[in-house]
Design a protein around this ligand. Structure first.
Ligand SMILES: Nc1nc2c(ncn2[C@@H]2O[C@H](COP(=O)(O)OP(=O)(O)OP(=O)(O)O)[C@@H](O)[C@H]2O)c(=O)[nH]1
Ligand SMILES: [Mg+2]
Length: 364
């Protein structure tokens, strides 16, 4: 790379947090704000599997994006650098990177190695989102110890914690022991301020690298079932996306609940010639959040992507999903279904900071 080309040094803003914490929503809200002020941005989505709802969602929102698949950012760090290089074509000034929601140790394996690439980018502080509803459920009696472990590790390494979904949880400011900002991707509250803070360059990035037992970490991730599905359905009678994905999500939710599978995040996107619709829930029986066009006209052909992260066995989850897909009243084409538990992380690089700063988010 010649010296002239190296003038381009975008900010890389890594937004972590547990599955469903609101990472993609915050990134999309931030991209929107930046766009209004003439600042171009791009997004990199990460997953161990392929067929990603987040990537399609970001693309349907018209945002330049790339994926790093086949492993978390730490295990596929070279791939992250490659896609950042590819994004040069769009000349973004800010690249948002969304790690898998089960990922921890990002400060040591992504943020600090990115800092070594100082010619390539400027690294913003690691933001970790915390959904207060999930946090309260997790610390309550019937908590899942693996999700609690992952959440605590994520918060422990955050340069900046943001409590998400503030519109739903106006009282969330009172979580003791967390010095956090309140944001709502839905209303935009706090998003501007968050952007100003992470792009100011005044807060140190990678200041809280973790001590983490990789066996325990791998065990916690492996307790999750990870389902990525894509298929096209050609309906017998044309229907609007809302009439396709709404009942499908309800039936899937009910079947998972009956089988005792706990949904951590279920997201579903339907692209039809008349428009697209995304539905998501972060718990069994929850009312779905909706994005896209609810009033799209009926169509025969629908392309669906389904991503489910749940506490349960992958084979059980896959069987339930296949059963529900089989119940759709139409011809299912090009079905790709991949269900697994995340594999143990093996970082390409790991750089720890020896001196820990005062204050921490450990006591969550
Ligand atoms: N009310 C409200 N809902 C939100 C907000 N931010 C996100 N959500 C909803 O929370 C759910 C999860 O949001 P995502 O942005 O997909 O979360 P994520 O952290 O990217 O999830 P993963 O990629 O699966 O780890 C979706 O249903 C969103 O619509 C918010 O500020 N307010
Ligand atoms: Mg996401």
């Amino acid at each position: 790379m010649n010296a002239g080309a190296r003038q381009w040094r975008p900010w890389v803003v890594v937004v972590g947090g547990l599955l469903g914490a609101g990472k993609t929503s915050l990134i999309l809200a931030a991209v929107n704000i930046l766009e209004k002020t003439g600042v171009r941005s791009a997004v990199v989505i990460n997953d161990q599997g392929e067929e990603l709802v987040d990537t399609r969602h970001v693309q349907l929102r018209g945002v330049a994006s790339r994926e790093v698949t086949g492993g978390c950012f730490c295990c596929r760090f070279s791939a992250l650098l490659s896609v950042m290089e590819e994004l040069r074509a769009y000349a973004p000034e800010v690249i948002f990177a969304e790690p898998m929601g089960s990922c921890a140790d990002i400060a040591a394996t992504v943020i600090r190695p990115l800092q070594d690439e100082f010619e390539l980018c400027r690294v913003a502080p690691l933001t970790v989102l915390l959904d207060p509803t999930r946090r309260n459920l997790l610390i309550a009696g019937e908590a899942d110890p693996n999700l609690v472990f992952l959440m605590r590790k994520q918060l422990e390494e955050a340069d900046l914690v943001c409590i998400s979904k503030a519109d739903r949880n106006p009282g969330a400011a009172g979580i003791p022991s967390i010095d956090a900002r309140l944001i709502s991707a839905k209303t935009g509250a706090g998003v501007h301020e968050w952007l100003d803070e992470v792009l100011a360059g005044s807060l140190e990035a990678g200041s809280r690298t973790l001590e983490i037992d990789y066996e325990r970490y791998a065990y916690a991730e492996a307790a999750l079932a990870w389902l990525n599905v894509s298929f096209t359905v050609v309906l017998v009678s044309p229907a609007a996306p809302a009439s396709v994905v709404g009942p499908f999500l309800d039936d899937l939710d009910n079947a998972l609940t009956e089988a005792g599978v706990s949904i951590v995040h279920l997201k579903l996107i339907d692209r039809s010639p008349a428009g697209w619709l995304k539905l998501a829930i972060c718990a069994n029986g929850e009312e779905p959040t909706i994005d896209g066009s609810l009033d799209a006209s009926p169509a025969h052909r629908h392309e669906l992507l389904l991503n489910l992260r749940a506490i349960g066995s992958p084979s059980l989850v896959q069987g339930i999903a296949e059963g529900e897909i089989g119940c759709i009243d139409g011809k299912v084409l090009d079905l790709r279904i991949n269900c697994f538990s995340p594999a143990p992380p093996i970082p390409e690089r790991r750089r720890v900071k020896m001196r820990r700063p005062s204050g921490s988010h450990d006591a969550v």
